[in-house]
Design a protein around this ligand. Structure first.
Ligand code: HEM
Length: 362
């Protein structure tokens, strides 16, 4: 368009005319409420961008059933890495607000009652689209829309709706379940690394019900290597291994998806697994950075209001501390690390599979 003007393009007037502190009307009486409003607005803008990136990524997964050989995978990883950068940035922003002291905050705190960051619909949508379900939320009763200080009925409905659409976690699980590593054709020259002992291996014993992947020799070998890597007081881990990778899975992640996540993690050096590993790693990073934010926010809140209840009516710092250990979307993916073995102990992959997953430039 001819003559497009900077402030018109980014609709600056709307943004810059949206700060209306309630505790003062002239500069002489000015206090930190201006900073408080601006920092929340800056956060909400970044939340909007995060939601945009998450929707794009979810769309790629939904539309294409993601093709590992196309650009899809790198687009997904690139977008999620951008989310990581934004989260790093908004973590740092906490220190700008920390230049405000508890007494400064008291000058205007009562003016914002019962509004609270708890009501940030966008923050709730980020959590929901990543994969956090209402029943997994710490103190889910706080979300009942009848309470003052909680989400409005319309906002809550939107968050509930987001939970029912394919969340990033569900899409990642489906993608992991589709991994084609165990097609028979790749494994005919596989050399077992451990002696076959069908009597001692629960993996083999359950062969009747188990799927082809479940009883795959590779996993029997891996399980044996894992067993030998455990110290005396970690012996119980083997039962956990069977549960996670062959019986129940972990959390809402199926055994098949857990096996793929483990396979990708141990053989990340193979060219075709670089991006899938980056993806899994980035998901853990997102969880970690969100958790860092929760921690920084919680510490800041303690400094600002001690152990007073929040403006939104929760127990305040105590509630926020509780969210720290509950609100992870990708806990199971991150905790795959529990089941790793040393590189040198990994079963050697068969030639056919290695050729399939490597760059083969003559
Ligand atoms: C002086 C600064 C701040 C104080 C004292 C404060 C206090 C609180 C408290 C006490 C809660 C718990 C809910 C309640 O009862 O109100 C809460 C939740 C929340 N606040 Fe803040 N907050 C501050 C700054 C911020 C900023 C800058 C943001 C950025 C958007 C923010 C976002 C949130 C969010 C998203 C929640 C919900 C957290 C969850 O439930 O997991 N807060 N805040």
């Amino acid at each position: 368009m001819d003559n497009l003007y900077y402030s018109d393009y980014i609709e600056l007037d709307k943004i810059l005319n949206s700060q209306h502190p309630k505790s003062f009307s002239s500069l002489e009486d000015g206090n930190d409420e201006m900073l408080f409003i601006i920092i929340h607005q800056a956060y909400e803008l970044w939340f909007k961008q995060i939601l945009f990136e998450l929707d794009l990524v979810r769309n790629i997964f939904i539309r294409d059933r993601i093709n590992d050989n196309s650009d899809d995978m790198s687009r997904v990883v690139q977008r999620l890495k951008r989310v990581v950068k934004i989260l790093e940035l908004i973590n740092q922003q906490v220190s700008v607000l920390e230049t405000m002291t508890a007494l400064d905050f008291l000058e205007f705190r009562n003016h914002l009652l019962p509004a609270s960051g708890f009501q940030s619909k966008q923050f709730r949508l980020i959590e929901a689209k990543l994969g956090l379900k209402m029943e997994q939320r710490y103190k889910a009763e706080y979300y009942k829309h009848t309470r003052r200080g909680s989400l409005s009925e319309a906002d809550l409905q939107e968050v509930n709706q987001a939970e029912t659409e394919s969340t990033l976690k569900e899409l990642i699980i489906q993608w992991l379940e589709r991994m084609p590593f165990f097609h028979e054709g790749y494994w005919h020259d596989y050399k077992r690394s451990s002696p076959v002992d069908v009597h001692s291996s629960p993996v083999d014993k359950r062969s009747d019900q188990a799927s082809e992947n479940d009883k795959h020799q590779f996993w029997v070998d891996y399980r044996n290597a894992y067993q030998t890597s455990l110290s005396e007081n970690e012996r119980g881990r083997l039962a956990e291994f069977d549960k996670v990778f062959f019986d129940e899975g972990r959390g809402d992640v199926s055994p098949a998806a857990m096996r793929s996540a483990l396979f990708i993690t141990i053989y990340r050096n193979l060219p075709i697994l670089h991006l899938p590993f980056e993806l899994l790693n980035t998901l853990s990073e997102i969880d970690e950075l969100l958790s860092n934010w929760r921690y920084r926010h919680f510490m800041m809140v303690r400094r600002m209001i001690g152990i007073r209840v929040g403006t939104g009516g929760t127990s305040g710092a105590g509630y926020l501390e509780g969210t720290l250990s509950h609100h992870y979307a990708f806990r199971e993916i991150t905790e795959v690390a529990t089941f790793l073995i040393e590189r040198s102990k990994r079963p050697a992959l068969p030639k056919a599979l290695k050729e399939k997953v490597s760059f083969n430039i003559p």
